[in-house]
Design a protein around this ligand. Structure first.
Ligand code: T4K
Length: 373
């Protein structure tokens, strides 16, 4: 693989014959979508894997967030992070809600809990933090603040498939958690997503969420909600069933890649690598590295270009901040979130996927070390 291009990630694939075998009964039954058998089976298996009481499947992770916000009937302001994929912010705005951006902490890159309370007003209805890169948020502090102020907490858990904290599935924290099963994720269903939540809101939130993903249809005669089509199809469910059988092995391979990166890049002044978190079972979703141009004398963009010159496609996840993207021009000030702003200018997400050769990891790191010498 030494001379091939290395992209930031590469979808994990089951064996071709395994997938063909899994879709055989879809062919026979001709039931292709609308909550079929594969959907129901995957839903059950995911509840077990994620250690959640309820797991609802969606056409993608974005619709999972968008419809969760809608199903809670929220109005007003939502405290969130700008250091994320633009989906998080779009989901808030598309619900007619106002995002209020909280800064991040420079170690986990997740919402800084010490800065949340100052942003709460009488219009605040919810907090929408992101477990970015697979690093979990300060869930306990966030829960305490939410309880004190009567706010809902909806986690963007797009990056945290299979992550656990203190032995609990990460999707059991907050009122709801929204996962992405996009092709680029640790576990994927080609396109797909899920919302996890507890039994105590199954009849209220859960029921509404399920109607909403199906045009608001309650039964043949009744349409009780306003909703789009965000249903998950049987072919994606079949891919999920196959990938779920192998995901532990894939995460284990990712661990080797991440540990090799850490060995290579730790201890270099001006370079900060993502660190493991206490009490967390990780999934090694992304490998962000912070390049401090003041110490290195070379900036993130230059390093990205040098890597690109060697056919290595590192990405600027997450730049620009979502509070400075063109569609929100003039509405928010990225200077209000200075840590996030600085991180977004310094971060580079290095290639990470299960079958990335360790020799390629060494090669990528050697190019970086040479560049910063
Ligand atoms: N919240 C957060 C925090 C998120 O990160 C995301 C998605 C969401 C919400 C929304 O979830 P979804 O609605 O997407 O389920 C990618 C993904 O499209 C997106 O899912 C992901 N976050 C985001 C961080 O990354 P791009 O535009 O950077 O993807 P792209 O097409 O450049 O692909 C990146 C690399 O992945 C390619 O260089 C090669 C590899 N790849 C890509 C595809 C499409 C594959 O190996 N196979 C593939 O099929 O957004």
């Amino acid at each position: 693989m030494a001379n091939d291009k290395i992209l930031v990630t590469r979808s994990s694939m089951p064996d071709f014959d395994e997938y063909v075998e899994e879709i055989r009964d879809i062919w026979d039954s001709r039931w292709l979508t609308n909550m079929g058998i594969k959907h129901q089976t995957l839903q059950k298996e995911l509840c077990q894997y994620l250690k959640t009481e309820n797991t609802e499947l969606f056409t993608n992770g974005h619709m999972a967030i968008e419809l969760s916000l809608a199903a809670f009937d929220l109005q007003g302001e939502v405290i969130t992070t700008p250091f994320t994929f633009v989906s998080t912010t779009q989901a808030i705005v598309r619900n007619g809600l106002k995002p209020v951006f909280c800064d991040i902490d420079p170690v986990t890159y997740t919402m800084d809990p010490t800065k949340i309370e100052a942003l709460i007003t009488d219009k605040t209805c919810a907090i929408l933090p992101v477990h970015v890169y697979g690093n979990i948020c300060h869930v306990e502090e966030i829960e305490e603040i939410a309880k004190k102020h009567g706010l809902k907490v909806i986690y963007d858990a797009a990056h945290t498939f299979g992550v656990e904290y203190k032995g609990r599935g990460i999707g059991t924290y907050g009122d709801a958690s929204c996962f992405s099963f996009h092709a680029t994720k640790v576990f994927h269903t080609i396109e797909g997503g899920a919302v996890t939540y507890k039994d105590d809101i199954k009849d209220t939130f859960g029921t509404k969420l399920n109607y909403m993903k199906d045009f608001g249809i309650c039964d043949e005669d009744n349409i009780t909600e306003i909703g789009p089509n965000a249903k998950f199809n049987e072919f994606c469910a079949a891919m999920g069933l196959c990938n779920l059988r192998h995901v532990d092995g894939e995460i284990e391979k990712r661990r080797h890649v991440v540990e090799r990166y850490r060995e290579n890049l730790s201890g270099i002044p001006g370079i900060t690598v993502n660190q493991p978190q206490k009490d967390v079972k990780p999934n090694y979703a992304y490998f962000p590295v912070i390049f401090n141009e003041e110490i290195l004398g070379i900036d993130r963009n230059q390093i990205k270009d040098i890597l690109a010159g060697h056919g290595i496609n590192a990405r600027k996840y997450f730049y620009p901040l979502t509070n400075s993207v063109a569609c929100y021009k003039g509405q928010y000030d990225p200077e209000d979130t200075p840590v996030a702003l600085q991180m977004s200018k310094r971060v580079l997400t290095l290639p990470l996927f299960a079958d990335l050769a360790l020799s390629d990891v060494d090669r990528i790191c050697n190019i970086i070390k040479e560049a910063v010498k």
